[in-house]
Design a protein around this ligand. Sequence first.
Ligand code: IMP
Length: 185
Amino acid sequence: MTPSGTVHEAVQRVLIDSDTLQNRIRELGRQISADHAGQEVTLICILKGSMLFTADLMRTLDVPVVVDFMGISSYGASTKSSGVVKIVKDLEERIEDRHVLVVEDIVDTGLTLNYLLNALTLRKPASLKVCALLEKPARRKVEVKIDYLGFTIDDHFVIGYGLDYNNHYRQLPYIGIIRPEMVSE
Ligand code: IMP
């Protein structure tokens, strides 16, 4: 897809187009379904960045699934992690004895996911796994195990397919690198 029109003008370059995203998500779905055969999976969608990914991923799963949502504080108007993580919206259901799959948009420093996994472990799920669409290994500060990974990317600030800058651009149907002049720091 060629970026055109207002919202696409924030994009310097399309990094992962829509077809490539959907093909990879179908592969992840097949793998997750095979690994969870005979189980019911609780998908935890991490708001807001994972909403499009969760919606597409769950349509590829053929095991029984329930979905719940967790809101995590983000960077605000910045492209750097503050390292401070806060649950701003908690799950509605208990996850004790459930097979849990955390669906995350991107693992950057790893601080968010690390915090989250520690918090969820205390709730005693039967199993706890992570499916992340993207990871940026260059900026990792803590090691976190990603069980299912879509793509590894270089150290760019990316927007689209749920990912934002200052809460904008989530609706882009692809992952794009933001134009440096759009970023105020
Ligand atoms: P971490 O704690 O540094 O791993 O940050 C993870 C969170 O930061 C992600 O869930 C995103 O919300 C946000 N984030 C990290 N990198 C990007 C990016 O390139 N674009 C948009 N959001 C990002």
